[in-house]
Each structure stands twice: as structure tokens, then as C-alpha cells.
Design a protein around this ligand. Structure first.
Ligand SMILES: Cc1cc2nc3c(=O)[nH]c(=O)nc-3n(C[C@H](O)[C@H](O)[C@H](O)COP(=O)(O)OP(=O)(O)OC[C@H]3O[C@@H](n4cnc5c(N)ncnc54)[C@H](O)[C@@H]3O)c2cc1C
Length: 341
């Protein structure tokens, strides 16, 4: 009997609804794979047709070219499995296609704690390790015990423990030496069964002072509330979240800057002083400024809204903002969303 053909590889596939910047892009080829076998079928197709494979999650942290060459591959598996459980904690293995916020809510519903501050971050579980997602004083690296995946070169599986993933602020080996070389299929998280809410970040601290210490579920709701009040919904205003990373400058450079800008918020680090990129832009009076079809959000200087522009339009706006910041502070801003070309 012939094997049923379940995998569909489509050509000239519109990616307009698969990137939150709303860029009207098209993939040369596109496939959605729900199992490792299907991924291997896609890799075989790519080899046979001499195509590069490009892995796409929810499209919330990328700037897409209008024509993406090669095979764009989306891994949709959402299987969830408890791999270890004690009275104190649990290790859960999750398919890369699981929606991140839904996974956070699922954990809360089971009494597995730690991810509350990362509630409502768009995207998939599989992309979470790529830039070590973080928000409100918490980074996902502190909960990732292992990353499982497949090498795109030969379809072989790999497993890396969290400590060897090169995690740093919005960084990991998946953005560096493994960039474009692997597809993450599952992520393992170690979560506590004991609530330990983190409300150190300013808006949460304020709410905790007003209302008392929240339960983990309440904290998740607060985070959602704060995020909704501060960040535009990509459905209404296409965007990719924070467009620039917060730069870290040397202590010497910071001493010079603070003389010129006494109100500049700053966060001392081991390696220097971290400055909020949003403040640097806002302080130049650029909030709400338009660059053709791309605009700096009127309330959040770190977010670029794309009103129908292409990747070139978005990058041109980003470049003008970077130049202004460089000129005013001699600080080089680094783009956070990845290029998807
Ligand atoms: C409104 C808004 C708010 C945001 N807020 C935050 C925030 O608070 N903190 C934060 O850290 N980020 C934030 N982001 C950025 C984004 O949500 C995260 O980076 C998220 O993890 C991206 O997930 P994704 O599935 O959409 O990845 P995509 O955008 O599809 O991909 C991002 C990168 O990861 C790679 N990738 C995706 N899936 C896989 C996989 N399975 N295997 C290998 N590589 C893969 C892609 O090739 C690409 O290079 C925000 C974005 C938006 C639009």
C-alpha cells in the first residue's frame, strides 16, 4: 500500500500573515511539518532542489524580505510530556510549535511556576531559546534545562543542556554558531511547584505595593495588563516588539553621558552600564516620528510600526534612528529582530 502523502510543500507561498510586521512577503517554498519524519522529508526535498532551509516560528521577531528564497519550514508540533516530577519541581518537554503564552498559562493551571513574568510574549516555544526571551526581570534561560532539535545539514537529532546554549541577554548559540543550522523540535523546562513571584520590576513593584504580593496567576494577569497598556497589538499596528536591544556602554562612557544627560536611566552590569534604548530615542523627541510608511510608536519609542512598508522601508527607518542615536550619544544601537532573507 502506498504511504499517504500528508506533507504539502507549497511554492510562491504568501507570508503576509506569518510575520507580525505585516510585510507582504512570499516564500519560494513553504511547508509546515508536525513530526521529525516530516522535517526529514522537507530536508530531502531541499537537498533534491538545492534549496536553503529557513526555520520560521510565529514570525514575531523577524524582518522579512519580500521574496524569501529557499524552503521556509514551520514546525507545528505541540506535544507536551512530563519527563521528571518530584514534590518540589517538574521537568516538562514541549513541542516547539506550542504557542508561548498558552504554554505559560498551561503551566500555571498545573501549578508549575517560574514563567509568570514572561506571560503574553508572542511567538512559539521553539523560538524562546533562540533569543533567550526576557521580560520584567526574568529570562527564560533560568528555566531551560535542555533543547532538542535536528541538524538541517543531515537531519540528525541533537540535544543540548541549557548551560551549553550560550545564553546571554537576548542571545544564544542559536543566533551565533548554530544560526541557520538547526531546527529546535522540543524545549525542556524545569519549573518549581513552589510559588516564588518576582515583582522587582517597576510597574509590578508598584502594583504589589498597592495590592499586596500576587499569586503566580495574579502576577501573570498583571503582566498581561501592563503589556497590553504599553505595547501595541501587532494585529492593529504591525510591529516586532522592541526593535533595538538595550545597549551596554563602558563605565567611562557612562560617566561622560550622565554629565550631559543627568536624567538618563541606567543599570550597572558586570560588563559596563546598560542604557534603555527607548529612553535614548525618546529623549531625542522622536516618539511618533514617521519615516515614510514606518513610524516610531507614539507611546513606546522602542517599537516601530509598519504601515504597509517592505523590509527596505523598515530597515531604512531603523538606520535613521540608529544614526540619530549615534550622533547624539555616540552609542551604537543593535537591532533585535532577526533578518529573514
Ligand atoms: C508585541 C511584541 C512584544 C514582544 N515582547 C517581547 C519581550 O517582552 N521579550 C522578548 O524577549 N521578546 C519579545 N518579542 C519578540 C518575540 O516575541 C520573541 O523573540 C519570540 O520568541 C519570537 O517567537 P516566534 O515564534 O515568533 O519566532 P520567529 O519570529 O518566527 O523567529 C525568530 C528567530 O528564531 C528562529 N526560530 C524560530 N523557531 C525556531 C525553531 N523551532 N528552531 C530554530 N530556530 C527557530 C527563526 O529562524 C528566527 O531567526 C515581542 C514581539 C512582539 C511582536
Amino acid at each position: 500500500m502506498e504511504k499517504a502523502v500528508v506533507l504539502k510543500i507549497e511554492s510562491s507561498y504568501s507570508l503576509l500573515n506569518l510575520n507580525t510586521l505585516g510585510i507582504d512577503a512570499e516564500a519560494e517554498f513553504f511547508a509546515q511539518a508536525s513530526s521529525v519524519d516530516e522535517v526529514r522529508d522537507c530536508l530531502a526535498f531541499a537537498v533534491a532542489n538545492q534549496l536553503l532551509v529557513k526555520v520560521l516560528g510565529g514570525g514575531s521577531n523577524i524582518v522579512m524580505a519580500s521574496h524569501v528564497k529557499g524552503l521556509v519550514l514551520n514546525y507545528s508540533n505541540t506535544a507536551l510530556q512530563v519527563v521528571n516530577e518530584t514534590t518540589a519541581d517538574v521537568t516538562v518537554k514541549v513541542g516547539a510549535g506550542y504557542n508561548w503564552h498558552e504554554f505559560v498559562l498551561f503551566c500555571l493551571s498545573r501549578g508549575w511556576f517560574g514563567l509568570e513574568n514572561l506571560s503574553y510574549i508572542p511567538g512559539t516555544v521553539g523560538a524562546a531559546p533562540v533569543q533567550n526571551i526576557g521580560a520584567y526581570g526574568v529570562e527564560v534561560k533560568d528555566f531551560i534545562s535542555a533543547v532538542h532539535g535536528i541538524r538541517l545539514s543531515d537531519g540528525e537529532p541533537f540535544m543540548m543542556v541549557g548551560e551549553s546554549c550560550g545564553f546571554a541577554y537576548r542571545e544564544s548559540c542559536f543566533k551565533q554558531e548554530l544560526d541557520g543550522k538547526v531546527l529546535i523540535t522540543e524545549v525542556e523546562f524545569s519549573l518549581s511547584k513552589k510559588p516564588c513571584v518576582q515583582v522587582g520590576y517597576a510597574p509590578l513593584d508598584k502594583m504589589a505595593k498597592e495590592k499586596g504580593l500576587p499569586t503566580p496567576i495574579e502576577l501573570s494577569n498583571w503582566v498581561v495588563q501592563v503589556r497590553k497598556s504599553k505595547l501595541p497589538d501587532p494585529v492593529d499596528m504591525p510591529n516586532a516588539g522592541s526593535f533595538f536591544k538595550n545597549p551596554v556602554v563602558s563605565t567611562e562612557q557612562f560617566q561622560e553621558l550622565i554629565k550631559r544627560f543627568p536624567g538618563m536611566p541606567n543599570y550597572p552590569q558586570n560588563s559596563g552600564v546598560k542604557l534603555p534604548a527607548g529612553w535614548l530615542i525618546d529623549n531625542l523627541g522622536m516618539k511618533g516620528q514617521s519615516f515614510g510608511l514606518v513610524q516610531i510608536h507614539a507611546l513606546q519609542a522602542l517599537v516601530l510600526i509598519n504601515n504597509g512598508g517592505s523590509s527596505e522601508d523598515v530597515l531604512a527607518a531603523a538606520s535613521m534612528i540608529k544614526n540619530s542615536v549615534q550622533k547624539a550619544y555616540e552609542v551604537q544601537l543593535e537591532q533585535e529582530p532577526r533578518m529573514f532573507f
